[in-house]
Ligand binder design. Structure first.
Ligand code: OGA
Ligand code: NI
Length: 341
């Protein structure tokens, strides 16, 4: 079996089904575009008190418009906690393969799942990534299902999940304020589901032939990514792929399809991908989703005659089904929900 998860760590050759079609191969690997002024937002004034929120809200909207993402400082999650979360995540993928096999699942909706690539069974080409994904809200409902090795995993990831959830909800509150929605618009079903996705990208024998993840927008509402210390994350800006510098213990925020839809495209999710490199890379993506049967639609407050709804209402389950069957192709997966002008 050529599923990456069964190979463990050292890949001497690239199985043919992991070689990316020549037209879709990453280029410019030797000379990637690096911007030195990508947006960094300081949440110091917003986390505890409610000082000058409007300046921060403006920064968020500007960052999303110009770059599609931003990085955070003083976001209320302690550096030690980020370090510990990254440590247990790396340890998980450094364990012998056998220790991960008991959690191997084909079902993409399983609450705790180790797998490879995206939806292995639906793909013509596979991506150079292993992953552990599990639900983490409410923590007590799912914690007993989480990996029991490394021994500190449950304790650290429980604390990290709670802290990052609070951060995500704070960001959503600021975004609501900017959109003219009630500050608690996302507090119920729209943020009910939370998953942690620990991505592990093994070193590639030839990074020009493989991809960690192809171009996509995340399906959920908002993603808070901890990208560790290795390069690989790229966003599409003005038709060009740019490298996002990994800053130590710094969260990176991208908006997902649901926020783009709810804001009726006042805010956009950014297309991003992960290129392979010759060093291992581990990342932690904390994703806030609606519950599966939650009805999603553009918020009434952001549509009017001059700005009619661009999407019909649908359940999140419908969206996820479409997303997974089209293997995260942005055009194909959103088409069934678009209202054409
Ligand atoms: C994702 C993603 C980026 C990374 O999991 O959706 O874009 O660097 N991850 O792992
Ligand atoms: Ni993503």
């Amino acid at each position: 079996m050529e599923k990456l998860v069964f190979y463990g760590f050292n890949h001497q050759h690239i199985p043919p089904s992991f070689i990316i079609h020549p037209e879709k191969r990453p280029r410019k690997l030797d000379h990637p575009v690096v911007y030195h002024n990508t947006p960094i937002i300081d949440l110091k004034d917003c986390v505890d008190g409610a000082l000058d929120r409007s300046a921060t809200i403006q920064q968020i909207f500007k960052a999303i418009e110009e770059f599609g993402f931003f990085q955070l400082v003083n976001d209320g999650v302690h550096e030690e906690l980020m370090e510990e979360a990254m440590e247990v995540s790396k340890e998980f993928f450094e364990m012998p393969v056998e220790d991960r096999l008991s959690l191997y699942r084909e079902d993409p909706m399983h609450p705790v799942r180790v797998s490879s690539s995206i939806v292995y069974e639906n793909e013509e080409v596979h991506y150079w990534r292993d992953k552990l994904r599990h639900l983490c809200h409410p923590v007590e409902e799912f914690k007993h299902l989480w990996p029991s090795k490394p021994t500190k995993y449950k304790e650290v990831i429980a604390a990290y999940s709670v802290k990052v959830r609070a951060l995500a909800l704070k960001l959503l509150e600021l975004i609501c304020e900017g959109l003219g929605l009630q500050p608690d618009y996302f507090n119920g079903e729209l943020s009910q589901m939370q998953s942690i996705l620990i991505n592990h990208y093994p070193p590639s024998p030839d990074p020009s032939l493989t991809l960690g993840l192809p171009k996509h927008i995340d399906p959920n509402v908002i993603t808070i990514l901890l990208q560790g210390d290795s390069y690989g994350f790229q966003v599409l800006k003005d038709g060009e792929w740019i490298d996002v510098k990994p800053l130590p213990n710094t969260h990176l925020v991208v908006l997902g399809h649901q926020l783009q839809i709810i804001s009726n495209e006042k805010l956009k999710g950014v297309e991003h991908r992960v290129v392979s490199t010759n060093v291992p890379r581990t990342t932690i993506a904390m994703q806030i989703h609606p519950s599966m049967d939650c009805v999603v639609e553009p918020a009434k407050e952001v549509i009017d005659e001059g700005n009619p709804a661009k999407y019909r209402s649908f359940t999140y389950q419908e969206f996820v089904d479409s997303y997974l069957t089209s293997v995260i192709d942005t055009q194909k997966s959103t088409k069934p929900f678009k209202i054409l002008a």
